[in-house]
Design a protein around this ligand. Structure first.
Ligand code: MN
Ligand code: MN
Length: 333
């Protein structure tokens, strides 16, 4: 079956939905071309089917493909930011990394190496998890490519700065403590957003503050509103290279039931998208959307939310990248 694609801006775009219905065929993110169908990508969307680091409900290993399936309805023009990201730069789906489900250490190394390989030509990554363990190797790769520690906004109900769990140092609850210890985060400009829910004790917060994290709670978003939160975050980040990590459990379970450690009282998908759009113009060097566990999802709620989050992250990146000379389109597409 021949794939028909819109080719605005000289780039290979999504499959033409006026010719092939959106629900037909194998899913790539936003029906974009695969990485092997383009000469090179400015932005690559890649999956990491790994959830061996979870502490509660498993299933995020199926998150990437669930987000891809739910992304079929994403259209090429983003009116909220007035950009057609797939025309401005070449975006492609790089498929899934092949990670060992039985060896967390090896999985982390694989993710780091794959992320470095995918960004060797200057491409930026939007990664679909997978559980939050994968943020550590993704941050390592982002910091190496940036040539410096990176600023980070971490959208999550949880801090993910715990030390160990059952003696394990590398889990989905520890990546950002490890990242601070490794010196790959710019501790002048790191913040959690959407934090809520019971903790083990006040020490969790004290440790977190000591590492340098700011906290914008879910309650802060509700009480102060999106604009004030965005101003606060932008001031802290400035023009530093920025990594954005989105644990989908930052959303209320009403908006994202399909996740492993749900907490009541979360922000809405509208609030999350508005905060992300408020980051326009910042130097977004990498991003992930993690912890989507489709077995607990209903009516693709979580998948749809995650696909829109990933779409806006791609748009923010595309917005700041300088469009290259339109690439010639290969004959056989
Ligand atoms: Mn979480
Ligand atoms: Mn998390």
């Amino acid at each position: 079956m021949e794939e028909l694609r819109v080719t605005g801006g000289g780039r290979l775009g999504p499959i033409d939905s006026s010719r092939i219905p959106r629900y037909a065929g194998a899913a790539t993110f936003a029906r974009l071309p695969r990485l092997d169908q383009v000469d090179r990508a400015d932005i690559a969307v890649v999956g990491v089917p790994f959830d061996s680091g979870v502490s509660y409900r498993p299933g995020a290993r199926f998150g990437g493909n669930h987000i891809r399936e739910a992304s079929r309805l994403l259209r090429p023009y983003n009116p909220a930011l007035d950009i057609s990201p797939f025309e401005r730069v070449q975006v492609a789906d790089a498929g899934d990394m092949a990670v060992n489900p039985f060896n967390i250490g090896e999985a982390i190394e694989t993710v780091q190496q794959n992320a470095l390989d995918l960004t060797a030509d200057g491409a930026r990554l939007v990664t679909l998890g997978g559980d939050h363990t994968i943020a550590l190797p993704l941050l390592r790769a982002a910091a190496e490519r940036a040539g410096s520690p990176v600023a980070m906004l971490h959208f999550d109900a949880h801090l993910d700065t715990w030390d160990t769990y059952f003696g394990a140092e590398y889990t989905h609850g520890t990546p950002f403590r490890r990242a601070v210890e490794e010196g790959i985060l710019d501790t002048e400009a790191i913040s959690h957003v959407g934090t809520r829910g019971p903790l083990y004790g006040v020490r969790d917060l004290e440790d977190d503050r000591r590492f340098g994290f700011g906290i914008v709670t879910s309650s802060d978003v509700y009480r102060k509103g999106v604009d004030e939160i965005v101003d606060q975050l932008r001031q802290r980040i400035g023009n530093r290279p920025l990594y954005v990590s989105v644990d989908i459990d930052v959303l209320d379970p009403a908006h994202a039931p399909g996740t492993g450690t749900p907490e009541a009282g979360g922000i809405t998908s509208r609030e999350l998208l508005e905060i992300l759009r408020g980051l326009r113009g910042l130097n977004l060097v990498g991003a992930d959307v993690v912890e989507v566990a489709p077995a607990y999802d209903h009516a693709e709620l979580t998948g749809v939310a995650a696909s829109h989050v990933a779409y806006d992250l791609v748009t923010l990146m595309a917005d700041t990248l300088t469009p290259a000379t339109p690439a010639p389109i290969a004959e056989d597409h």
